[in-house]
Each structure stands twice: as structure tokens, then as C-alpha cells.
Design a binder for this molecule. Structure first.
Ligand SMILES: Cc1cc2nc3c(=O)[nH]c(=O)nc-3n(C[C@H](O)[C@H](O)[C@H](O)COP(=O)(O)OP(=O)(O)OC[C@H]3O[C@@H](n4cnc5c(N)ncnc54)[C@H](O)[C@@H]3O)c2cc1C
Length: 382
């Protein structure tokens, strides 16, 4: 790694790697095959402090900077990308949104149990008809006395079936007076609220141990004090949070790419053809060299974006670059790993086919690669 780490960062990386390799890696393949979410993993992450990494200590968080959080997340992703996405969404989106825009009472109620892993966080922006064009969302909230009543469907909610807190975006403007993205507000939902139902569990190509669900709001009654921040600001909050969320996805992708390289190095050393280890063939060496170089480049851009965030600068451009580069590196590196494994890369006996399936979604969620390029190009003209 090119980044020079502080003593604290080295310590966190060691703790994350030990946990990831001893507790996550041995069961990651089995959980993937069985599409099994394991609440014990969330409990362990909470115990280690990994679900409150950037929360201040007053909320039982570790009070760490973005770079340290991303270093830990990369280690988790090397072992298990499904666990990494749950950790990324939780740390980057709902906890940060509550910390930044929540009232003192909301922070008091939710942040401590979230940091300890007692409440897993989810983020519900997308809808079946509103993906890249998220501001076209249609879920409607109507004020009714000291409640809001929500109707609509949220799609693709990571951890939505097991979340204790879901930050969800819904329209608070009226159908007669549409205000575009300024008619969207953010709400803090909990599974006990009447009218909140899991309407579908997605059967995914990869990240199969991370549950992804559709949520139906059927006259969902939300107390008025569960509005997050100001009415009409929910879309702005979601977009600002996704700038940072993308750093988490970039770290997840870097971890997947690194796993692809590490498995490839070991396999190329062990697999023999034409009387020698396949690592002796220059065609294989070039793949390994390119994988290592691209991973280092992706990580360097990501760490630059993390440093910018910690200096308080905007990460719209650097975060989009980091996410684009890391996710395309992950998909490319996983493809090389399958090639290096030959036929054995194509079957479930070996882990690289899982990496190949897991890598793909990093080019899709929290903004597709096309959307990242749109953001980058737009920023270049600013
Ligand atoms: C496993 C998984 C987990 C997810 N988790 C969450 C979550 O926790 N919370 C949440 O809110 N959402 C989540 N999402 C949703 C995710 O963010 C969306 O899938 C993503 O934003 C893309 O939206 P879409 O799938 O509707 O694709 P679409 O927007 O329909 O895009 C289809 C294709 O068209 C392209 N396209 C669209 N618009 C343009 C344009 N203007 N120019 C060029 N190309 C364009 C896209 O790049 C893509 O290739 C998750 C998705 C998945 C698959």
C-alpha cells in the first residue's frame, strides 16, 4: 500500500484483518450459497466498534476519520463483500444522516444502539421506477395531525429486512404542487411502525448474504418527530450522503479486487501445466502485475478522496472518480482471476466465481458507472 499509515490506522487494519480472516472468510462461501444473513456478524461488528466508526465517542462511536474507516472496510470486503456492503451502508448513510441532520433527541435515541450494532441501519431512496433518476421517486407522505402517512414502494433496500432504522425518502409536496427534488423529505422509520411491510426479497446474482428487499408503505403512520432535518431537504441530504457513501463502495470494490489478486497469486504458484507453475508464464505474470497496479491506483484515488472529505472539502468529483475506478477495477480484476483459474474459476469449488458475481454490483449501486461519468464530466465544467 502506498499510503503511509499512522499507528492507530495500523492497529485498526490489524483488528479488521484478524476478524475478517478468522470469522468472516471461513463462512463467506457457505453464507453466499445459502443466501443467509447472519445476525451474529452484525453483533460482532458492533462489538468491534465497526458500526460506529465515524461517530463521536459521545454516541459510543470510535470517532475515527474517513480514511481509517475505509481501511477497515477494505479488510472486511477482502473476506466477505456481503458483510462489507451492510457495514458501508450503515456507517456512510443512515448513521451519518442522523448525526448531521438529526435533532438531539433523535441522535440520543438512535445513534448509540446503531454504533453498538443493536440497530442495523438502512437507506431507502430507490423505487421500482426511480433508480438513476432518483428525484422521480413517487412514495407520498401526507401530514395527518401529529403524524405523516406514507404510501408507496421502496426498492433495493440493503439490509431492509433486518434493519432497526431505515432512513427513507418520500415526497411531502402535493400532486397539485410538485416541487421536484425540493418536494422530497427524509423520514426515520423503524420496523414497529404500522403499515411497513417487506413486499419482496430479491434473488441476486451476488452479495447473496446481504438481504436486499422491497418495502411497501401501506398507510404507514410515522410520528411527526421522525422527520429528519427540514421538510423538502431530503433529496439534498440523500445526494450529499451518497457522495460519501460512494467512498465506502469504492473501499468494498478495492477489497474485492484485492481478494481476486491474492487468490490468483496463490493459485498461479500452485497450479502446474507444461511441467511448471503457471506463474512462470509471462502471460500470467502480466495479468498479476496489471491487477496489482490497478488496485494500487484505485486505492490511491480513494485515499485522496477520503483525505479531501476529512479536510471538509466536497467529494462530489473525487468520490465519483474513486467509485468509478475502484468498481471497474474490481470487475476487471475478478475477470482476470477467473481466467487465471481456468475451468476451476468457473465453478463454485473455488472462491473467485463469487468475487466475479460480487464485483458486478459495485458498478451499479450508489450510482452506476454511467452516472459516475456524468457526475465527473459535469464537475469538469464547473
Ligand atoms: C444489490 C443492490 C443493492 C442496492 N441497495 C440500495 C439501497 O440500500 N438503497 C437504495 O436506495 N438503493 C439501492 N440500490 C439501488 C441502486 O442504487 C440502483 O439500482 C441504481 O441507482 C441504478 O438504478 P436502476 O437499477 O433503476 O437502473 P436504471 O436507472 O434504470 O439504469 C439502467 C441503465 O441505464 C443507464 N442510465 C440511466 N440513466 C442514464 C443517463 N442519464 N445517461 C446514461 N445512462 C443512463 C444506467 O447507467 C444503467 O446502465 C441497490 C441496488 C442493488 C442492485
Amino acid at each position: 500500500m502506498l499510503t503511509q499509515l499512522t499507528d492507530t490506522q495500523q492497529e485498526i487494519v490489524r483488528a479488521a484483518r484478524d476478524f475478517a480472516q478468522s470469522e468472516l472468510a471461513p463462512l463467506a462461501g457457505e453464507r453466499d450459497r445459502e443466501s443467509r444473513f447472519d445476525p451474529e456478524v452484525v453483533r460482532q461488528l458492533g462489538e468491534l466498534g465497526f458500526l460506529g466508526m465515524m461517530l463521536p465517542e459521545e454516541y459510543d462511536g470510535l470517532g475515527l476519520d474517513t480514511l481509517t474507516y475505509l481501511l477497515a472496510l477494505e479488510e472486511i470486503a477482502v473476506a466477505d463483500a456481503s458483510t462489507a456492503v451492510m457495514m458501508s451502508v450503515h456507517n456512510s448513510l443512515p448513521t451519518q444522516m442522523l448525526l448531521r441532520w438529526g435533532t438531539a433527541a433523535q441522535k440520543e435515541q438512535f445513534l448509540k444502539p446503531m454504533a453498538r450494532g443493536e440497530l442495523l441501519g438502512a437507506f431507502a431512496l430507490s423505487e421500482p421506477e426511480a433508480g438513476s433518476d432518483a428525484s422521480a421517486l413517487r412514495a407520498q407522505a401526507v401530514r395527518d395531525g401529529d403524524h405523516w402517512v406514507l404510501n408507496g414502494t421502496k426498492a433495493w433496500v440493503t439490509s431492509g429486512s433486518h434493519a432497526g432504522v431505515i432512513v427513507a425518502m418520500a415526497r411531502t409536496d402535493t400532486p397539485e404542487q410538485r416541487r421536484g427534488s425540493r418536494g422530497i423529505s427524509a423520514f426515520i422509520l423503524t420496523p414497529d411502525l404500522p403499515g411497513l411491510r417487506i413486499s419482496k426479497k430479491e434473488d441476486k446474482m451476488g452479495l447473496r448474504a446481504s438481504p436486499t428487499v422491497q418495502l411497501a408503505f401501506e398507510d404507514l403512520r410515522v410520528p411527526a418527530d421522525r422527520l429528519l432535518g427540514e421538510e423538502g431537504q431530503g433529496f439534498t441530504y440523500a445526494m450529499q450522503s451518497l457522495d460519501n457513501g460512494r467512498l465506502g463502495i469504492a473501499a468494498q470494490a478495492t477489497g474485492i479486487a484485492r481478494a481476486a489478486l491474492e487468490y490468483s497469486l496463490a493459485y498461479a504458484d500452485e497450479r502446474r501445466q507444461f511441467g511448471k507453475a503457471i506463474r512462470e508464464f509471462q502471460a500470467i505474470q502480466f495479468k498479476l502485475a496489471d491487477m496489482a497496479t490497478r488496485i494500487e491506483a484505485a486505492r490511491a484515488v480513494l485515499h485522496g478522496a477520503a483525505a479531501a472529505k476529512d479536510r471538509g472539502e466536497s467529494t462530489t468529483l473525487s468520490g465519483a472518480m474513486a467509485k468509478l475506478l475502484a468498481s471497474e477495477t474490481a470487475m476487471w480484476a475478478a475477470t482476470q482471476a477467473v481466467q487465471i483459474y481456468g475451468g476451476y474459476g468457473y465453478v463454485t469449488d473455488y472462491p473467485v466465481e463469487r468475487l466475479f458475481r460480487d464485483a458486478k454490483v459495485t458498478e451499479i449501486y450508489e450510482g452506476t458507472s454511467e452516472v459516475q461519468r456524468i457526475v465527473i464530466a459535469r464537475e469538469l465544467y464547473r
